[in-house]
Ligand binder design. Structure first.
Ligand code: AMP
Ligand code: ZN
Ligand code: FE
Ligand code: FE
Length: 293
């Protein structure tokens, strides 16, 4: 049985390891197939793939697309789409622009609360990132002694409802499912009952997303208690959705998310690849092949 971990972040977004280093760490942790799913960017694919081939580690290229539904943040994992698809690229570009534009606004808010953090402080923490996030501001707060760690920075200032919180553009999840399918890829709803998304992702809404073309549900994730996982597994069965599990590893940026701590079963992985193949054929796009040695 291979250890299949389909949701991880490199420093192209808010993980702390460069893509090649992430692949090396995955190999060392015994991961056989790694999904690279940086927030709203495909920037790490090439570097990760080269290292995966060198080490003989499987790689499934993807991204975690930031969506919003009913004012609540919802994350959509997108696997194996054509990275050059114009419409999908336009959506991701818009999200990244929103991410970049938000940082100075966050710094303004923080300044009103007596915190003196400069754009350079944030740049220092996000040199390699194509996709900026609050975790980079959190790292800057830590570096300047305003917080102990990322979590502390979020709890004090950056989480929704805290004084440094600023909203940004995020597309509708059903719309993203359509775009990813048109680009020949498949979507898996990330940690649907995690943090805030449990407020909007009712069984009914997940049913609607399934009818819109969602391929799978990320069931086994740190943010889900065992009874939540059991219920989601049942729901996936009812809706004919693939069940995945993953670490959502962020390097040292998140504790309790070690590589391979949750994983996807072989059968479910095969079903996901099947659906990706069908989507690729239907779309007629030039989609990336997963690297599976
Ligand atoms: P953003 O992408 O800028 O909206 O920031 C959200 C990201 O920050 C999530 O994807 C997590 O990786 C991270 N995050 C959210 N809440 C926390 C927290 N309490 N502690 C550490 N990281 C967090
Ligand atoms: Zn993240
Ligand atoms: Fe997420
Ligand atoms: Fe994630």
């Amino acid at each position: 049985m291979r250890l299949i971990d389909l949701h991880t972040h490199s420093n192209c977004s808010d993980g702390t390891d460069p893509p090649a280093e992430l692949v090396r760490r995955a190999a060392a942790a015994g991961v056989d197939v790694l999904g690279l799913t940086d927030h709203d960017t495909f920037a790490g694919w090439d570097e990760a793939l080269a290292e995966a081939k060198r080490l003989g580690v499987g790689l499934v290229p993807g991204a975690e697309v930031s969506c919003r539904l009913g004012g609540v943040s919802v994350h959509m994992l997108a696997y194996l789409p054509d990275p050059d698809d114009a419409e999908l690229d336009h959506t991701l570009e818009r999200v990244r622009e929103g991410r970049n534009a938000r940082v100075p606004l966050i710094l303004d808010r923080l300044r009103e609360h007596g915190i003196d953090l400069t754009p350079e402080d944030v740049a220092e923490q996000s040199r390699a990132a194509t996709s900026l996030g609050r975790p980079h501001v959190a790292d800057a707060l830590v570096a300047r002694g305003y917080a102990r760690d990322r979590r502390d920075a979020f709890d004090r200032w950056l989480s929704e409802g805290r004084s440094g919180y600023v909203t940004r553009y995020a597309p509708d999840p059903a719309e993203v499912i359509g775009q990813v399918r048109a680009a020949g890829g498949v979507c898996v709803l990330a940690h649907p009952r995690g943090r805030s998304s449990h407020r909007v992702l009712t069984d009914e809404v997940i049913g609607d997303l399934a009818r819109a073309g969602l391929a799978g549900l990320e069931v086994d994730h740190r943010d889900h208690a065992p009874e939540v996982r059991a219920r989601l597994r049942e729901l996936a069965g009812e809706l004919d959705l693939v069940v995945t599990g993953a670490s959502d590893h962020h390097g040292v940026g998140k504790t309790d998310h070690d590589l391979g701590c949750f994983s996807t079963g072989e059968e479910e992985f095969a079903r996901l690849l099947d659906r990706a193949r069908s989507a690729a054929e239907r779309s007629g796009r030039k989609t990336p092949a997963p690297y599976l040695p």
